[in-house]
Design a protein around this ligand. Structure first.
Ligand code: ZN
Length: 360
């Protein structure tokens, strides 16, 4: 780029106070160059995470260095959920004395498949409410708040933010897994976000690992998700407990939730450990197949499945490491959760706003 083209390109960014002169660089012979950086005092961005079992939002600045507010809200029907997010966001902006005109945009990281261009959530599986079908979320939020809104799937948002600002900065090839009621994956390959048709992110979860296996919600048999989700772990625990297996809790089996199972497993309860380790070993096997195809240098395993269980993480990663056929130095680095932990998707959705606007 010639100097005059560069100056023309960055002028709108300077005029809109999106970037500022931050320092004067070393001379390479001529005049010392001015260095520019994202303006941390500039406009705000909002990132919203709509996952299957919770929603969260953050209000942050352009380089994500400050989180001015973060809120978690329950999820129910689309209408109630989106209204609650918009109302709480308005209240929070009011409390912080931030006007809507100071918000550059809103990013939503959610569950695919999506029509990303039109901003529509199509027909995701495993939401408790069956009403999450064809939801024009971009239009609904823009109508209510009057702020430009962009959507992407949450796994893409999370892998993007960890790559640009988090623990994946030095890796050109990395994968992010968000595992809970389902499994969502985001992939950066050669520094680029890999998109799939319909922006779905569930290909890992529907990898078939047992031809004669259990029936999956997708209609196939023996998918990874049949064995490796919080829902399946709870289902298996309750069924074995009801069949007479003892376990270390006074709660009836139908009240045992995933966190109870994790806690019991960590304390040595035999039934909980058996169910968690069986599931994690299957996850590790599928992870080996996935790593052999994509060859990521970094694999971030996050979401409730891993967040609440060190045991699950240890068994899954050691099962994968045992089978990976590369030399040790070529095996990926595994991490339990990224830099941004529970805010990965919401902050990623915020980072996506800046990326989208830059690319317009
Ligand atoms: Zn499936």
């Amino acid at each position: 780029m010639t100097l005059s083209t560069l100056q023309r390109s960055i002028k709108p960014l300077i005029d809109n106070e999106l970037i500022i002169e931050s320092a004067i660089g070393e001379s390479t012979g001529g005049r010392r160059p001015a260095l520019y950086d994202i303006n941390p005092e500039g406009p705000y961005i909002v990132g919203i995470d709509i996952s299957r079992s919770y929603t969260r939002f953050v209000i942050t600045n352009l380089n994500l260095s400050t989180i001015y507010a973060e809120k978690a809200l329950p999820i129910s029907s689309p209408q109630q959920t989106i209204t609650a997010i918009c109302d709480t966001l308005k209240e929070t902006l009011n409390d912080l004395s931030i006007s809507k005109s100071d918000i550059l945009g809103i990013g939503v990281g959610t569950v695919g498949p999506l029509d990303r261009e039109k901003g529509i959530i199509l027909n995701p599986t495993n939401f408790a409410s069956k009403e999450w079908v064809n939801i024009p979320i971009k239009d609904i939020i823009e109508r209510d708040l009057g702020i430009p809104t962009f959507i992407d799937n949450g796994a893409n948002s999370a892998v993007l933010v960890e790559h640009l600002f988090g623990i994946g900065k030095k890796y050109g090839n990395m994968s992010y897994f968000n595992c809970g009621m389902g499994i969502r994956t985001g992939v950066i390959s050669s520094d680029k976000l890999i998109r799939t048709s319909s922006d779905s992110e569930d290909s890992f979860g529907h990898m078939i690992i047992d031809m004669d296996g259990e029936k999956c919600s997708c209609g196939n048999y023996g998918c990874v998700e049949c064995y490796c989700s919080t829902l399946q772990i709870i289902r298996k625990f309750r069924s074995k407990a009801k069949a007479g297996r003892s376990f270390a809790s006074s709660k009836p089996p139908e009240e045992i939730d995933y966190i109870d199972i994790c806690n019991m497993a960590e304390k040595g309860d035999e039934l909980s450990r058996e169910i968690m380790t069986d599931s994690a070993a299957i996850f590790g096997l599928a992870l080996t197949n996935y790593i052999n195809i994509l060859k990521p240098e970094l694999v971030i395993l996050s979401g409730p499945l891993f967040r609440y269980s060190q045991l699950y993480y240890d068994v899954a990663t050691s099962a994968a490491n045992k089978r990976l056929r590369f030399k040790d130095k070529d095996n990926p680095v595994f991490r339990r959760g990224g830099k941004f932990q529970i805010n990965s998707i919401s902050l990623g959705a915020a980072a996506m706003v800046f990326e989208e606007l830059l690319n317009q």
